[in-house]
Design a protein around this ligand. Structure first.
Ligand code: ZN
Length: 83
């Protein structure tokens, strides 16, 4: 009977540790869970959370290549396409 108590205690401790880890990971204030800051590779300005870069697909066959034209601040405005 004593072994059962030990096993149950170990299981309970593991369960509580799992829940605590989950809560810790989901907490928005945790630095590790914060979204990484993104920067335009061309002009180095910081991108908004959902801001996309403009690029041209120059090779449709794998490995696909994309020519990055810049962000909304530095990409040539004259170019149009399926950004
Ligand atoms: Zn840019």
């Amino acid at each position: 009977m004593l072994e059962n108590v030990y096993v149950l205690t170990a299981l309970a401790a593991g369960f509580i540790a799992c829940i605590a880890a989950l809560i810790w990971m989901m907490h928005p204030g945790v630095p590790g869970a914060a979204k990484p800051r993104r920067y335009c590779p061309l002009c180095k300005s910081e991108l908004a959370e959902n801001e996309t870069l403009k690029g041209l697909i120059v090779d449709t066959k794998p490995p696909q290549k994309i020519l990055i034209r810049g962000c909304s601040k530095c990409a040539p405005a004259s170019e149009s396409g399926t950004w």
